[in-house]
Design a protein around this ligand. Structure first.
Ligand code: NAD
Ligand code: UDP
Length: 336
């Protein structure tokens, strides 16, 4: 039996594939390479000594997915594939709804047709919208403030309805907080296209000299130093969260939304100062006005993941930043 990993050559997917290969799992990756490269597969092989079956295909391509399910004995799917840039989603909403919503529905239809009803889905803390106070827990109301967030929320609704319609489905919607860091080998990590939108890749590229200056979006939030607070989680802890979710699917009847965070908040300036200390590089920054749509403080109540999946994050901020820096300094231009 194999596991199908959509988006498996991407940032979080590749780290999850490493953890699964190290447990001896047979892995099939489907990815259209719109935001990743097959060079990742060589790096994954170098880390694990194992190979995966890679299929270049789009999740919107029903016939291609059908062939994958016909030719392989798949027991469960981890569904990472999707577009993820909030700003871009405002400019290209149709691409986001097509890729993230239509593509997901196509995947679920093919899964249902082949009787594969075990699924772990990449959701996001963005589904908590802007009105809930942190710590955020899974009982809180959900909403979205941009097309990207809408796509995550819509797919969650699809999955809750699907599980209600057919009791054979076991689904974990993992609501990630802010994944950062890289594999400790320094050979795989986050490799954004163009100028990064997220804080950590931006800081890392300033540290390595690719970008001149970080803009800190606002220092007038109601937080200890006025800058935005987020729940950063090491991508390897997140990857292990997927392993635990897969192991727990037999216990999860229906569809469950589960936070994957540390439960701790860290400010932008704490990130900058820790990065400076660990890398030994100057991080040139300037404070600018708040970014539209940003919230001051976001962190998880991570207790459900602990009780339901037996999972909790174990890597601290120093490890997250040490591993980010190792990846960035060894690969200043990403996988190129
Ligand atoms: P990523 O862009 O590195 O990986 C996504 C992968 O999916 C890429 O390899 C891309 O080529 C592939 N892909 C995109 N559209 C596809 C399609 N239509 N068919 C086949 N493959 C396709 O992103 P990531 O950071 O690894 O994120 C993985 C998932 O987690 C995404 O669904 C994302 O929305 C979600 N998520 C990410 C974060 C984050 O901060 N990184 C936070 C919350 C949720
Ligand atoms: N941030 C910043 N400068 C940047 C990118 C992000 O000051 O160039 C801040 C942002 O305002 C937020 C935090 O860093 O407080 C994390 O932002 P990111 O975009 O990484 O994650 P998200 O806001 O989606 O949780």
């Amino acid at each position: 039996m194999s596991l199908l990993i959509t988006g498996g050559t991407g940032y979080i997917g590749s780290h999850t594939v490493v953890e699964l290969l190290q447990l001896g799992k047979d892995i099939i990756i489907v990815d259209n390479l719109s935001n990743s490269s097959t060079l990742v597969l060589d790096r994954v092989k170098a880390i694990t000594g194992k190979t995966v079956t890679f299929i270049k295909a789009d999740i919107c391509d029903e016939a291609a997915l059908d062939t994958v399910f016909k030719e392989h004995d798949i027991e469960a799917v981890v569904h990472f594939a999707g577009l993820k840039a909030v700003g871009e989603s405002n400019d290209l909403p149709l691409s986001y709804y097509q890729n993230n919503v239509s593509g997901s529905v196509t995947l679920f239809q093919v899964m249902a047709k082949h009787g594969v009803k075990n699924l772990v889905f990449s959701s996001s803390a963005t589904v908590y919208g802007e009105n809930n106070p942190s710590p955020l827990d899974e009982t809180m109301p959900t909403s979205a403030t941009n097309p990207y967030g809408q796509t995550k929320l819509m797919v969650e609704h699809v999955l809750f309805d699907l599980a209600r319609s057919d009791s054979e489905w076991s689904i974990a919607c993992l609501r990630y907080f802010n994944p950062i860091g890289a594999h400790e080998s320094g050979t795989i990590g986050e490799n954004p296209n163009g100028v990064p939108n997220n804080l950590l890749p931006y800081v890392a590229q300033v540290a390595v000299g690719r970008l001149p200056q970080l803009q800190v979006f606002g220092d007038d939030y109601d937080t200890p130093d006025g800058t935005g607070v987020r729940d950063y989680i090491h991508v390897v802890d997140l990857a292990i969260g997927h392993v635990r979710a897969l192991e727990s699917l037999t216990k999860i009847k229906g569809c469950k939304a589960i936070n994957i965070g540390t439960g701790n908040g860290t400010s932008v300036l704490e990130i900058v100062n820790t990065f400076k200390e660990i890398s030994g590089q100057e991080i040139n920054y300037k404070v600018v006005p708040r970014r539209a749509g940003d919230i001051g403080t976001v962190y998880a109540d991570a207790s459900l993941a602990n009780t339901l999946l037996g999972w909790q994050a174990t890597r601290n901020l120093n490890t997250m930043i040490t591993d980010t820096w190792r990846w960035q300094s060894q690969n200043p231009n990403g996988f190129e």
